[in-house]
Design a protein around this ligand. Structure first.
Ligand code: PEP
Ligand code: MN
Length: 336
């Protein structure tokens, strides 16, 4: 159950609500976000809402039958739109395209990508500076210096940045240089990281874990919300199955399922989802038809020379073609 408190609730009224809940045998967790004050109330018994609704200071009460609460669509009919500023939003009403290299490699590469994205009207650039690599000997990113360099170029061009944060200590260093903190598949259930991202006023995009279920992804989002940050995007990026013909198995099913279960924006990552350059486009378009609010994909001026994930990275001509087809596909879907 979620109680939405009025922002003006007095301390005495707050205590009265808490006492009443205790009396009824419930445990309440108070959540303060950018948008409001919520009490997430859990307990074994069911409650007659009339016993609470009349208490002063309560704006609304919602019974939520899901175990995750704040990210559930059961209480919030209006979908969340994540506002990145400067007229750039992620969520209902627009198709958000986030594109860029797997890793930021150099100033020249970042600038070429920015020029390419600008020409397509793409306003969010992806790129890793802290890279989770299977091998410790592989390129692991340019780090915070690379992020600062990239940010200076992107800011000049009016482009927003989404980049992966791998550990709590990086949050403060990255904070002023990213618009969306990306939580990678390998960190999808790093609950300490999620808790800390709940304390920042920046958007957070959580990727589904490599072997994570849809429900686990929603619980990860619940962590961020419960810690105080409502600006959350969830991302389907493929899961590991017995199939070896593709890098991962893009779970298109998850997209309508997530849209049904949560009010948060849902984006799709076809690059990691299939891992094969020539099939990124059909999977991206399928994800849009399935209801995705956006795409995040990898592009590079010379994918064959990319420091990481070149095999699934589109060149700029392929990226341009995908952006055009993605927009047409989205318009078709919206026309239904
Ligand atoms: C990435 O976006 O480059 C990445 C490492 O993604 P994932 O966490 O989905 O593997
Ligand atoms: Mn990658």
């Amino acid at each position: 159950m979620i109680l939405q408190l009025k922002k003006t609730i007095s301390q005495a009224d707050r205590e009265a609500v808490r006492a009443k809940l205790l009396l009824l045998g419930f445990k309440a967790t108070e959540v303060h976000t950018q948008a409001g004050i919520y009490w997430v109330v859990v307990g074994k018994k069911s409650v007659d809402l009339r016993q609470l609704g009349h208490l002063p200071g309560i704006a609304d009460i919602h019974q939520v039958s899901d175990d995750y609460q704040l990210v559930s669509r059961k209480w919030k009919v209006n979908r969340t739109i994540v506002d990145l500023g400067d007229g750039i939003t992620v969520g209902e009403g627009t198709l958000s395209i986030m594109a860029g290299p797997c890793s930021i490699e150099s100033e020249s590469q970042a600038q070429q990508t920015i020029d390419h994205l600008k020409a397509q009207g793409v306003r969010i650039m992806r790129g890793g500076v802290f890279k989770p690599r299977s091998s410790p000997y592989a390129f692991r990113g340019l780090g915070i210096e690379g992020l600062r360099m990239w940010h200076a170029l992107a800011k000049k061009a009016g482009i927003k940045i989404v980049s992966e944060v791998m550990q709590v200590s990086q949050i403060a260093d990255m904070h002023d240089y990213v618009d969306i903190f990306q939580v990678g598949a390998r960190n999808s259930q790093n609950f300490n990281l999620l808790d800390e991202l709940g304390k920042v006023d920046k958007a957070v995009m959580i990727k589904r874990g490599i072997s994570g279920t849809v429900e686990e992804l929603l619980y990860s989002a619940e962590y961020v919300f419960a810690a105080g940050n409502e600006k959350i995007i969830v991302c389907e990026r493929g899961i590991r199955t017995y199939e070896r013909a593709s890098r991962n198995t893009m779970d298109i099913n998850a997209i309508p399922l997530l849209k049904e279960k949560t009010h948060l924006p849902v984006v799709a990552d076809p690059s990691h989802g299939i891992g094969i350059r020539e099939f990124v486009e059909p999977i991206a378009l399928a994800a849009i038809m399935a209801g995705a609010d956006g795409l995040i994909f990898e592009t590079h001026q010379k994918p064959e020379e990319a420091y990481s994930d070149g095999q699934q990275t589109l060149n700029f001509a392929e990226s341009e073609a995908l952006v055009q087809k993605a927009r047409k596909t989205y318009a078709l879907r919206e026309s239904f």
